[in-house]
Every structure is written in structure tokens, then in C-alpha cells.
Design a protein around this ligand. Sequence first.
Ligand SMILES: NC(=O)c1ccc[n+]([C@@H]2O[C@H](COP(=O)([O-])OP(=O)(O)OC[C@H]3O[C@@H](n4cnc5c(N)ncnc54)[C@H](O)[C@@H]3O)[C@@H](O)[C@H]2O)c1
Length: 305
Amino acid sequence: MAKQKMKAVVTGGAGFIGSHIVDALLKKGFAVHIIDNLSGGRKENINKKAVFHNVDIRNLEALKPIMKGAEFVFHFAALPRVQYSIEYPEETSHVNIMGTMNVFIASTEGGVKRVVYSASSSAYGDQSIMPLTEEMKPGPKSPYGLQKYVGELYAKVWSEVYGLSTVSLRYFNVYGPRLNPDGAYALVIGKFLKQRKDGMPITVTGDGEQTRDFTHVSDVVDANLRAATSKKVGKGEVLNIGAGRNFSINKVAELIGGLVEYVPVRMEPHDTLADNSLAREKLGWKPKMTLEKGIGELKKIWKLK
Ligand SMILES: NC(=O)c1ccc[n+]([C@@H]2O[C@H](COP(=O)([O-])OP(=O)(O)OC[C@H]3O[C@@H](n4cnc5c(N)ncnc54)[C@H](O)[C@@H]3O)[C@@H](O)[C@H]2O)c1
């Protein structure tokens, strides 16, 4: 009799990062189930070899049969934009906090071996000391940062109280293929690529000297796969997943090329930079992709010189 494939569930599997983990899990031979309501994800991102459930994570009862018997759950589904969360704090709290709690409840009931939670560097807020280490006191500066931080606390409590194996990965500005370039809430690299492609000036906020630790999606996928199986985590630990090198927005604009226009500053942290030594120790992970190479690959995809 053929050996049954192990089941893995990816919430947000039609989104940017989630769709990459779906592809990686299918390559590894998992039976992959995607949960996504397509509010931010795209149909084109859905790998046809996966089972797609058009389900909202706010619907706990709908999650339960999908989580049942899964080895791993990778929880990416979220409304992940800072500005959007400032405009819609209630909706984003329901999805990012209550939806996350539902994922933990359904995973506990379904006997899931481990849940990997997608946390965010936005939990740090604007810290004066760099690099950012996991022991620092979080200071979120937006509803989104707060909601993602609360998700980490749920992950830890669900581990301690209900015995669910969890780990939280705090990603730092993820970029790579399938980064959504559209709309008012697009992330910086996607937005810049589209502006350049459309022959428009690249709009840099403030003086452009603010920095971000840009992390390639392939490194985030690698961290997730390691986090699912590492014996050194599972009790709600929080690990920084960042490249450990930060670049100014001006530098990113220069790498993408084209004209630059400066626009008013937004309320956002001035810098981010991950100390990633804990992830190196607990997961045996290290970032492999440099920003120069990552942007070079994106420019090829976008057919930009
Ligand atoms: N992209 C980054 O730089 C970054 C940084 C830190 C953390 N994160 C976290 O990583 C995760 C994935 O981010 P992304 O950039 O791939 O975002 P994304 O918007 O591309 O993906 C999120 C997916 O969740 C789905 N979704 C939203 N609400 C849902 C709901 N109620 N029910 C079911 N599905 C729902 C969307 O349709 C989308 O496909 C998020 O949890 C985000 O907070 C991302």
C-alpha cells in the first residue's frame, strides 16, 4: 500500500509569502491544504497541486476539519498592512487576533504537531538601540504591530496551557517574487518596481535615510521549514527572521533605478535591523540572499534594466 502523504496546512497560502511555502511543501511531498479567503491573495498564486479551501480564519468551525490530522500548520493569513490597520483597527483586530486564536484552537483540537506563526518586526516599534534582539520590550506603534505581537502571546499561552507546539517567527520586510505591487498599501520594493515599470518617479517618503532589514522570501521559507521540525523550539519561542543587514530606502531606490520624488514622511520606525543569532542557534538557519542579488532577480522578472 502506498504510504500516505503527511498533511500540512498553510493559512494565507494564496498570498505572497504563504504561496512560496506551499510550493516548497509540495516539493517535499506533503499533502498541502490552503486556507485563504482571497481578500489579499491572488488566484494565480494558488498552486494547483494543493487543496484550496476558500475559508475565512474568523470562522472557527470551518477551520476544524481542515486542521484535523495535520502534521504542521503554517499561519500566514492576516491583514498585513500598517496603514490599513490604522484606518480599520476593528476589522484587522478580528482577523489578526481572533483569527489567529481560531487557528490555535483548531490546531489543538485537530492534534497538529506544530504551528509556525508568522510574527512581525513591527512588534518592536521604534527602538533606539540596534540591532533588535528578542529580549527587547516590544513597543508596537500601530494596531497591526500590536495585533501581530498579541498573536505571539497567544502562541505562547496555547503552548503552555493547551500543550500545542508553537513557534513565532518575526519577519523583517520580506521581498521577492509575487510581492504585490498594487494598491495604496503596497510594500516598498513592489511599489518601486511598479513605478519604475510604469515610467513614473519612485516615491520615497521623508528624506529616504530610514533603513529596513530586507529579507528575501526564500530565506523566510527556509526558516519556516526548519521551525516546523527543530527540536529546539515548540514552546512559543520568538525568533527574529531578518537578513541582519539594513539598507536605506534611498539605496533601494538607487538599486531599482529611475527618477526619485520625495513625499511627506509617514509615522513609521526609523530603522530596523535584526539580530538573527537566536534563529541561527535554534534553527540552524542563516540568510543566504543579498539585497543586491534579490533586487537584481526581481528586475529581471520585471524586465527592467
Ligand atoms: N511581507 C512582509 O514583509 C511581512 C513582514 C512581517 C510579517 N509578515 C506576516 O507574514 C504573513 C504573510 O504576509 P504576506 O506579505 O504574504 O501578506 P499577503 O497579504 O500576501 O498574504 C496574506 C494572505 O492572507 C489572506 N487572508 C487575509 N485575511 C484572511 C482571512 N480572514 N481568512 C483567510 N485568509 C485571509 C489573504 O487573502 C492573503 O492571501 C502575515 O501574517 C504578515 O503579517 C509579513
